[in-house]
Write a protein that binds this ligand. Structure first.
Ligand SMILES: *Cc1c(COP(=O)(O)O)cnc(C)c1O
Length: 223
């Protein structure tokens, strides 16, 4: 299968999943292509096939790809854990940062940003120790401080389901994320609109969309 055939398949499945989602009719999903597995030449093919939201999970590779593809109209997503000391190198080049996982990191972003940065708070719903992110309980406690940081705009929540999750477990994780996102949005805190949900990868994007994902991060399925 070529990249452009894979893109067609994924986009058709996204549309199907949107139509099955009983949550809000007219839901629109942004499909992000995760290019960490491929070089800039291959990433360029993905963009040519219509995927103009591109993500990398490491600072250096993010900056390299962005430089090599600077002639293309791309919305850039940084999806991986970001070390505080690297914030200054990368944050002003990022359109969406998906892995805000501590208050210290939020403070550093606020300090280094020269404009408002769209961020997703990463939540660890499944409780796996291998995963980064706020637990749902802690998240409630840190919102007031994050809300006070005027350059950190919390557009939504990001989560990852366990790799080996059954359909029931996926439904459980994604439903909890959706409920948490709506609860936070309803608080109408400054700089925390929290209207979006970044969840779903190659294995589980269809289930994620059916449970309200508005951004899916898809890598291996394209390549
Ligand atoms: C690699 C990665 C993805 C994409 O994973 P695939 O299973 O290849 O689709 C999504 N999100 C994050 C945070 C990643 O690191």
């Amino acid at each position: 299968m070529t990249i452009s055939e894979n893109v067609k398949t994924v986009l058709a499945q996204v549309t199907l999943a949107e139509s099955k989602s009983g949550l809000n009719t007219g839901q629109k999903t942004t499909v992000i292509g995760v290019t960490k597995y491929v070089d800039a030449v291959v990433a360029r093919e993905l963009v040519a096939a219509g995927i103009t939201n591109i993500a990398e999970n490491r600072t250096e590779l993010f900056l390299d790809k962005q430089k090599e593809l600077s002639d293309l109209p791309i919305t850039w997503h940084l999806i991986g854990t970001l070390q505080r000391r690297k914030v200054k190198d990368v944050i002003n080049s990022v359109d969406y940062f998906h892995a805000l996982d501590s208050v210290k990191l939020a403070r550093e972003i606020d300090k280094r940003a020269d404009h408002v940065i769209n961020c997703f708070l990463q939540v660890n719903i499944s409780g796996e120790t291998s995963k980064h992110g706020f637990s749902p309980e802690v998240l409630g406690q840190v919102l007031p401080e994050i809300s006070s940081l005027s350059k950190v705009n919390v557009v939504g929540l990001m989560t990852m389901a366990p790799i080996d999750a059954t359909d029931d477990e996926l439904a459980d994780v994604f439903t909890q994320a959706k409920n948490l996102q709506e609860t936070i949005a309803s608080q109408k805190l400054p700089h925390i609109p929290c209207t979006e949900l970044s969840m779903g990868m190659s294995q589980d994007y269809q289930q994620a969309i059916q449970h309200g994902a508005t951004f899916v991060r898809i890598g291996s399925k394209f390549f």
